[in-house]
Design a protein around this ligand. Structure first.
Ligand SMILES: [Zn+2]
Length: 740
């Protein structure tokens, strides 16, 4: 990022360069191979590029380079041991920094969904999934994935000096309690539209919050610290908070989710109930009192989350209490990120974060780190952060990104594999999809560019929406593209159970963003949302559409008072990732009219811009192209060679074994059409075509995959007689269809 620098970490020696310990939980950094010859001298030089390159020390392996002009450069590193010379090259894209002014988030407050698809998905989460999570968290007899509200009750006893039970479950088990508090808070902001099932579920949520909040707060230490695993620990094994030995204790991971839950609870109660908000401030203050520049201590957590939570919370405190009031939390987030070094790739501490340009390690930790780094870049304009964030974004989107918008191939421990290595038995944890949404959303805020919203729309619809089944009774921890197992009601590690609903239901935040003079429409979802403080007025936005089934969208703009401002509507672009190309162009906009008159809008950064004095009742009618697309992957992705995927609007499609033989080949010229099936999978648009052998092809949206498999077909096959591993379960639902 100009005028910043690129950090160069070269290697010259004999044999393969050592790589930081990448997989597993081991932290050893491999040593370079022994040297059988003389030590080489090294030189960095510019091979090509539009401007000049200055190296801080062209004769040092570890150095920096600065670039005079934006553009693509090739640098060369040459090693010479006196007997022979070898060299290799490195590409660097020098870019201009993001604009000085970023977009502002729109808080999720009372809103109404009015969309066939989203009403059904939200209802399943509100009526079944969240109440199920509440019940599981209230249970004390769970054998797997245990550790719910009981941990808070026991921790409160311990704090009061009373006899108490042991901590249950993982050290981070508070996480799904806090996430479920946030999910309930968001669900309570959704207008039930008179639906008695939703009203009943919301009553249960209100009662649960009243039951849980005092229990959670009673487990908070007098100085604000909160983590029941610490309170109930064995002090011999876990002597103190924030130690180098205790990095795997998830202190920041659980604290971060608590801060986030407090934000949406405070908004849900219209700032009337500040119990969680005040407790969250106390917790954040406790951290800020202990961690920071000398005389405070350095520290980082092995599982990131506190960083992005602290920025979110800091911004929120600024908005609630006045500019500057939350600044110390934002400063602490940057400090925690700056402390990451000297560790391992698994938790992104192998290099200082500003020198990390390749997405690596555990995918949830990675996405949460990059999301927190994007937050820090937005808030500080630190050019090293801006450089690293853009490099990581580019690496993910153009080298490590599934067509579903999912991330994490699983080739390292729950993590990323090498560039272009995207096998379809992918890991793609539901939590990493949440992290990917957060990361892309922050890039949208930072750059004000629609392409990042194109990406998070892709992730929401394809990687996250199908994480629960259509009924909302079971969930996927992993989301392989070749689906071969049923969803489960709970998991040994239920880290995703509250993350899925809290992310999916925060729709107003994903649908809109704003700047001083503009209101941004990022997602097309039938809904009524009040966007506060746009050009000095509040604007109720009413979207009427059944997108993604149809491309017709009608938006009624209701500002409280007539005001001049711009509405910027994202014009969908389906090919942001360079890994995938699609045939039949479905980008752009078919028509746009304001109050019935056709308008040819100017397009800026992927948005159609309409500027006028808006008054209540003004109406924008749009039509977006909705076509079946054939998507092909870069030849560099071995797993997808000779295969094709189908897409309609933002939705990626699957073919399933319950409908056809999924090993058949689709003829390259077979026409593909759509048909609405109101009685299938809650109502879906299917794609129809013909396989090369003449058999009929039927594809369904990926989010609805694996909802019709008979249990017998999906249970793990029995172990073979005489021992050995059972055969892998057969793949029953695939995205990448054989094409030749
Ligand atoms: Zn998870």
């Amino acid at each position: 990022m100009l005028p910043g620098k690129t950090y160069l970490n070269g290697y010259a020696g004999y044999g393969e360069p050592p790589r930081p310990a990448r997989g597993g939980r081991g932290g050893q950094v491999a040593l370079p191979p022994a040297s059988p010859g003389p030590a080489p001298t090294v030189t960095w030089s510019k091979e090509s590029g539009p401007g000049t390159v200055a190296f801080a020390d062209a004769r040092s392996l570890v150095t920096t380079a600065t670039f005079s002009t934006p553009g693509t450069y090739i640098l060369r590193l040459t090693a010479d041991n006196g007997q022979s010379k070898v060299s290799s090259t490195l590409n660097v894209a020098a870019e201009t920094p993001p604009p000085a002014a970023h977009l502002n988030p729109v808080y999720t407050k009372n809103f109404k969904i009015n969309s066939p698809l989203w009403n059904a998905r939200a209802k399943a989460l509100i009526v079944n999934w969240i109440p199920h999570c509440i019940d599981q968290i209230n249970r004390t007899d769970l054998q797997q994935g245990q550790g719910g509200i009981d941990n808070f009750i026991e921790a409160a006893k311990a704090l009061a000096g009373l006899p108490h039970g042991n901590h249950k479950g993982y050290v981070f088990s508070n996480a799904w309690v806090h996430q479920t508090v946030e999910s309930m808070s968001i669900a309570l902001m959704i207008d039930p539209r008179g639906d008695p099932d939703i009203i009943r579920a919301q009553e249960k949520m209100r009662a649960t919050l009243e039951d849980w909040i005092p229990k959670i707060l009673a487990a908070q230490h007098p100085d604000g610290y909160l983590q029941t695993a610490f309170t109930l620990r064995n002090p011999d094994r876990w002597p103190d908070r924030w130690t180098a030995q205790g990095r795997s204790n998830h202190e920041g991971y659980t604290a971060g989710y608590f801060l986030e839950s407090a934000i949406n609870h405070y908004l849900m109660t219209n700032k009337k109930d500040a119990r969680l908000y005040n407790a969250a401030k106390k917790l954040a203050d406790c951290w800020a009192d202990h961690i920071g520049p000398t005389p405070k201590q350095e520290w980082f957590d092995g599982h990131q989350e506190m960083e992005q939570a602290l920025v979110r919370f800091g911004r929120f405190v600024n908005d609630m209490e006045g500019p500057g009031k939350g600044q110390k939390y934002i400063d602490l987030a940057k400090f925690l990120l700056d402390c990451r070094k000297g560790g391992r790739e698994y938790d992104q501490s192998h290099l200082p974060v500003v020198q990390q340009y390749e997405a690596a390690g555990h995918a949830v930790r990675a996405a949460y780190t990059y999301s927190g780094m994007a937050d820090v870049a937005i808030e500080t304009h630190d050019i090293d952060y801006e450089s690293a964030v853009m490099s990581l974004w580019d690496n993910i989107v153009n080298k490590k990104y599934y067509i579903t918008g999912g991330i994490g191939s699983g080739e390292t421990s729950e993590g990323f594999g090498p560039n272009y290595s995207l096998p379809n038995n992918s890991y793609c944890e539901s939590c990493s999809s949440c992290g990917e949404v957060f990361f892309q959303w922050k890039m949208n805020l930072e750059y004000g560019d629609a392409r990042y919203a194109d990406l998070y729309e892709e992730t929401i619809y394809n990687a996250l929406l199908g994480a629960t089944d259509l009924e909302g009774k079971n969930f996927y921890y992993q989301n392989p593209l070749n689906a071969n197992s049923v969803r489960h009601p709970w998991d040994t590690c239920p880290c995703c159970v509250g993350n899925i609903p809290r992310t999916l239901l925060m729709l107003p935040t994903w649908i809109y963003a704003k700047s001083a003079d503009s209101l941004y429409v990022n997602l097309l979802i039938g809904s009524t949302v009040n966007v506060e403080d746009v050009a000095g007025t509040d604007v109720e936005m009413v979207q009427a559409t059944d997108y993604p089934w149809s491309g017709k969208v009608s938006i009624t703009v209701n500002p409280k008072v007539r005001k001049n401002f711009s509405i910027r509507i994202r014009v969908p672009k389906r090919n942001v990732s360079g890994l995938y190309t699609s045939t039949t162009d479905a980008n752009g906009i078919v028509s746009l009219a304001v109050n019935g008159s056709a308008v040819k809008p100017k397009i800026e950064k992927g948005y159609a811009v309409i500027t006028r004095a808006w008054k209540a009742g003004d109406k924008i009618d749009l039509v977006f192209p909705m076509k079946v697309q054939r998507v092909r992957a870069s030849d560099k992705i071995v797993a997808d060679r000779g295969r094709v995927a189908l897409r309609y609007g933002p939705l990626v499609y699957n073919i399933e074994a319950v409908d056809q033989d999924i090993t058949q080949t689709l003829g390259p010229d077979s026409p593909l059409t759509t048909e609405w099936k109101g009685d299938l999978l809650g109502g879906v648009m299917i794609i129809k075509g013909t396989f090369a052998n003449g058999a009929a092809l039927m594809a369904i949206p990926n989010y609805a995959r694996y909802n019709r498999q008979p249990a017998a077909a999906v249970e793990a096959p029995p172990a073979p007689a005489g021992g050995g591993r059972p055969a892998p379960r057969p793949t029953m639902s695939i995205i990448w269809i054989k094409e030749r």
